[in-house]
Design a protein around this ligand. Structure first.
Ligand SMILES: [Zn+2]
Length: 431
């Protein structure tokens, strides 16, 4: 009897060990199966294919024996954050995100079947080159999309690397896609959100006057402006980017409504660009007093904005308040559409952004023949430097482009990012 018990116990122990082993294997498979298959498939797959831009320019090609990139080094670097590389060093590139698809890998069976697969993208590789040149060695991000259909025409993040040069020593932050994977202090581009919230929550705001003599006090705390703007309309306050007026407007809107609009316009959440996750932003969500709320309404405080979220917002403003969700992949599927902003609010914002350019910006940058609606941002970082932002869209049926230009610690919004945006947009419309 004792012997039988002992044997039964051994069998039970053995069974438990087998079960535990299987559980461990399944857990590891779920965790690492993709990597195992990836490592195998990168070496052995018989799949072939190409990654093409919207004009058929080959950005990358692969076969059983060879993985290649475009022969032009500047095109490779300018488009690095679109393509990624064969080793997945940047998580946001198409080669990383879609490697399984490109290789015919099935997660269900864990096997790879040789396929011939090509991917066409909405991006224009030459426009990326123009954006890369306009950034001129500075760290930054450029995004352009067609706001009538969501096609993402330009996505450049610098610094980047040459994916064809395995010896390349990456500059600090070269693997981060600043367009999608990071959020920055927005400065005055955030006033576009405060403006929309004010239009909808403060009756008659369009007819109010705001007075600025360079500085104001809110609950005993000083808020400084960039100049003396004296008496100004709501429209002029945005064109002047007056901090005194917008700190006041922010407190009139109130923190709850400011949070609601920031969230509704998609600034607090991450999004998905054809399966590539994007960074969430931030705004003070815990109660803060009026002085801090004033700073938050002018894009300082703890505000952070991902350039991609800003692109979605200005695209919706440009398209009467309806967002066509940006698409990187050219697969014939229609972009998702939804109303992000009330129609009247979007129209008023558009008029005010057009006025910004006519009333103020053209004095500094010659925007040539562009029919431009825009907003600048010079986001102070507390160490004496500032991020330069310029965002908006073209009122041009042949070139319905919404854009974001961001230069990290780039100085003045208009003089740095505005000038770069002009260079890129001139190239885009004369293409
Ligand atoms: Zn002012």
């Amino acid at each position: 009897m004792k012997k039988i018990n002992r044997r039964a116990f051994s069998v039970l122990l053995l069974a438990l060990l087998v079960i535990a082993g299987m559980v461990l294997y399944v857990m590891r498979y779920v965790d690492h199966g993709k990597d195992w298959a990836l490592a195998f498939s990168r070496a052995n797959s018989g799949s072939t294919g190409e990654l093409l831009d919207r004009n058929g320019v080959v950005l990358a090609s692969f076969s059983a024996t060879r993985n290649d990139y475009n022969p032009d080094p500047e095109i490779r670097i300018a488009n690095y954050h679109v393509t990624g590389d064969y080793w997945g060093r940047t998580g946001t590139g198409i080669l990383s995100t879609y490697w399984n698809d490109l290789q015919g890998f099935s997660l269900l069976t864990g096997t790879t079947e040789a396929v011939d697969k090509s991917f066409s993208l909405n991006v224009d590789a030459e426009l990326d080159r123009a954006a890369y040149r306009a950034l001129a060695g500075r760290k930054g991000a450029v995004l352009i999309c067609d706001y009538t259909n969501g096609e993402l025409l330009c996505m450049v993040s610098t610094p980047a690397i040459d994916p064809a040069d395995p010896e390349a020593v990456p500059e600090d932050g070269a693997y981060i896609n600043r367009c999608l994977s990071a959020a920055f202090v927005p400065g005055s581009v955030f006033k576009l959100i405060t403006t929309a919230a004010a239009i909808e929550t403060i009756p008659g705001i369009e007819n109010r006057q705001f007075y600025c003599e360079g500085v104001t006090e809110i609950a005993g705390v000083e808020i400084k402006c960039t100049g003396d703007h004296y008496s100004q309309t709501f429209e002029q306050a945005l064109a002047n980017s007056c901090n005194v007026a917008f700190a006041k407007i922010s407190t009139l809107v109130g923190q709850d409504a400011m949070i609601r609009y920031t969230r509704d316009y998609g600034f607090l959440d991450g999004h998905s660009l054809d399966g590539i996750p994007t960074a969430a932003g931030s705004f003070p969500l815990e109660f803060v007093g009026d002085p801090e709320l004033g700073w938050a309404g002018i894009g300082q405080s703890t505000d952070l904005v991902c350039p991609y979220s800003l692109l979605r917002y200005v695209s919706a403003i440009a398209n009467d308040g309806v967002l066509c969700e940006p698409k990187l992949i050219r697969d014939g599927e229609l972009s998702l559409r939804y109303r992000m902003i009330e129609k009247r609010t979007a129209e008023l914002l558009g008029q005010m952004m057009s006025y910004n350019v006519a009333y103020h910006y053209r004095d500094t940058v010659d925007f040539g023949g562009l029919d431009l609606c825009a907003k600048t941002g010079t986001a102070e970082l507390g160490d004496g430097t500032s991020h330069a932002w310029f965002t908006g869209y073209l009122q041009d049926e042949a070139h319905p482009y919404a854009f974001v230009v961001f230069i990290e610690q780039g100085g003045g919004g208009l003089s740095a990012a505005g000038a770069a945006a002009n260079e890129i947009l001139q190239f885009a419309v004369n293409r």
